[in-house]
Design a protein around this ligand. Structure first.
Ligand code: SF4
Length: 637
């Protein structure tokens, strides 16, 4: 039998050295006072002020106590105080960071205070706070903790902002969850790891800061002692006996380096997470008269009714309006698509319907209704109503699922919260839902985390979450953009099947008009925050009336597209949400534009039944220009 020699697993020095030093410090903290306590505490004037010798490797102090023994014994107090100061700073900083991230009122105030305190070196702040809190061990721990708090607060703010903007947090908000729940359920589990790594590194800095305070006489007071205190006591004799300075100095530097190295290594091994600034639950407001252009009637007996919807952001740079005046409706079971290029307002429109517009965004409308709920109303009841009856599938399934909790938990929550189902029943329902979106081995997937699934599978999970409630409307915001073509097709088919199976209406958002046409009965084309054309899907393809729709279709390749010719593009750029124009927003890119177009805004008017367009010179229908002009548009694109 051949024995295969196993290559021993290498333990890199970069890990072994900090780990060994950390273990050494832990050992000294625990055993130091027992092993060397007597030598460190017992006075013996017969050997006072001795230099380095074989009996006393670092000499003795003015009472004849062994300096090395005192340094080793001081490990416990030095490290315990450093850990306590880091905990104080960490707790205060994390609390402030979270508060500033989730509190609209206090956010700016705390942010300003953090910025101000971060402008000063931490040690300078620690000295200032030590004077405030009082001299001694407790005062120095509080002082160093207070000096560290702004750093912790800033990193918490940054990390929280990153997590809070994730789609799984948005989804929880749709479920009507309160900020405290979001904090403990989603934010803390996801920022915990980098904050702990940051804390580890700060223990080393705390050792230096506390030693500094003790050295200055502001920290540990006699008869207690830490490394800084030993340095302070030996300072006057450092020229006659360098050992009194060397021993505690080496200990301070070594401890600082050790915790820094441990933190760095942990960071390398575990990785960190990043983040950004705070947001709060959406605030939907009542009607603020919007400049009515025209009414689109859509269908009757609406599941969703939107009239003169505007989304407005008041920023320091002025007012921006990404959704300007949108009206549409969705009948039960109807599939409606919204298409348009990036920035056209399609996702914002869907977010307004799902009550996901964040502050400082403001939603205004004459009517914004889903089933019998007024979406402009306040209170968690409306959110619960949405949680029960609306399902949202986001673009990036990786962002939509909380990496810290299991797939099953995402599915079980809606049933437990909204239908008050017992957990075992919700679990069975969840596994069935996973099976119905064609996920193999659903019981196993139920126990997994999102990183164990492929992109397509994650998106299936998101769709399955929608099946856990009694979704009457599915909002799918670019659900296939992050997926490859094969998986895209599967997901589109799945969304279609789920719609057929449950009878739910669909609001499907995409920049790809071909993808929308595969699913939807009716298409809204959006441009610069307006609906510029609305028609049945077949009519959009056979007789587009708005030049922009025609250009979008020409820019979308199909099986008959001549591959030898360059795909047409639409020249120019769409006006931004901060631009206000008196006329048609498409005029600068439109080959048909004339003075009327640039001077007055075209209303959304009816061309034929179910076909409406906002254009002074539509390509088809009543008021259409001749074929020569249509040819001109096509020639342009
Ligand atoms: S209103 Fe004028 S500028 Fe606007 S799309 Fe129609 S023809 Fe073009």
């Amino acid at each position: 039998m051949t024995e295969v020699a196993r290559k021993p697993r290498r333990f890199p020095l970069s890990t072994a050295i900090p780990l060994a030093l950390l273990l050494l410090f832990v050992f000294l903290s625990i055993a130091g006072p027992w092993l060397w306590g007597t030598d460190a505490e017992t006075s013996n004037v017969a050997v006072a002020d001795q230099g380095i010798s074989s009996a006393h490797w670092m000499g003795t102090d003015d009472l004849g106590r062994d300096v090395l023994a005192r340094t080793l014994v001081a490990t416990r107090s030095s490290l315990v105080l450093a850990v306590l100061a880091t905990i104080v700073g960490g707790c205060a900083g994390v609390a402030l960071g979270l508060l500033s991230a989730v509190s609209r009122r206090l956010g700016r105030l705390i942010d300003g205070a953090i910025g101000l305190l971060l402008a000063f070196p931490a040690l300078l702040l620690a000295i200032f706070f030590a004077v405030l809190f009082g001299i001694g061990s407790v005062g120095s721990v509080l002082a160093v903790g207070a000096a560290f708090a702004p750093g912790f607060a800033r990193i918490t703010q940054t990390l929280t902002a990153s997590v809070i903007s994730k789609e799984y947090v948005e989804a929880s908000r749709v479920l009507g969850k309160r900020p405290l729940y979001l904090t403990f359920r989603h934010i803390l589990p996801n920022i915990g790891e980098p904050v702990i790594l940051y804390s580890t590194i700060h223990i080393g800095t705390a050792v230096l800061a506390l030693s500094g305070l003790s050295f200055l006489g502001l920290g540990v007071q006699p008869p207690s002692y830490d490394w800084g205190r030993l340095l302070n006591e030996g300072l006057t004799r450092i020229y006659t006996n360098p050992g009194v300075g060397i021993a505690p100095s080496i200990a301070i530097v070594l401890a600082g380096l050790t915790f820094n190295m441990v933190g760095e290594r942990l960071s390398d091994i575990l990785g960190g997470r990043t983040a950004a600034p705070p947001k709060l639950p959406s605030k939907q407001r009542g009607l603020d008269p919007a400049p009515a252009r025209a009414e689109t009637t859509g269908t009757t007996g609406e599941l969703v009714e939107v009239r003169n919807l505007r989304v407005v952001y008041h920023t320091v740079d002025g007012v921006t309006t990404p959704v300007r005046d949108v009206s549409f409706s969705i009948a039960p079971g109807e599939k409606v698509g919204i298409v348009g290029e990036s920035g056209s307002g399609k996702s914002m429109t869907a977010s307004a319907v799902a009550r996901l517009i964040d502050t400082p965004g403001r939603v205004e409308a004459r009517t914004l209704r889903f089933l019998d709920a007024d979406l402009l109303g306040h209170g968690t009841e409306v959110d619960r109503h949405l949680g029960r009856n609306m399902s949202v599938v986001f673009q990036d399934p990786g962002e939509a699922l909380n990496p810290a909790i299991k797939i099953g938990t995402h599915l079980v929550e809606p049933s437990v919260i909204h239908q008050r189902e017992p957990k075992p029943a919700a679990r069975r329902k969840a596994i069935k839902a996973l099976g119905s979106v064609a996920i193999s081995d659903p019981a196993r997937r139920f126990r997994q985390h999102q990183h164990e699934l492929s992109g397509g599978m994650k998106q299936r999970v998101c769709i399955a979450i929608g099946l856990m409630g009694e979704a009457r409307l599915i909002i799918a915001d670019e659900p296939t953009t992050a997926l490859d073509v094969t998986v895209q097709r599967q997901i589109l088919r799945l969304i279609n099947d789920i719609g057929e199976m449950t009878g739910a209406g669909l609001l499907f958002i995409s920049h790809d008009i071909a993808v929308v046409s595969e699913l939807c009965d009716r298409i809204l084309v959006m441009y610069a925050g307006f609906v510029v054309e609305e028609a049945r899907t077949a009519d959009v393809f056979t007789s587009p009336a708005h030049p922009y729709t025609a250009m979008l279709l020409a820019a979308s390749p199909d099986m008959d597209t001549d591959k030898s010719r360059q795909l047409p593009t639409i020249d120019g750029r769409m006006p931004g949400p901060g631009v206000d124009l008196p006329g048609c927003y498409f005029a600068a890119r439109c080959p048909r534009a004339d003075v009327t177009c640039t001077e007055s805004a075209p209303p959304l008017r009816t061309l034929a039944e179910g076909h409406r367009v906002a254009c002074w010179h539509p390509l088809t229908g009543a008021g259409a220009a001749g074929d020569d002009e249509l040819t001109g548009v096509e020639a342009k694109i």
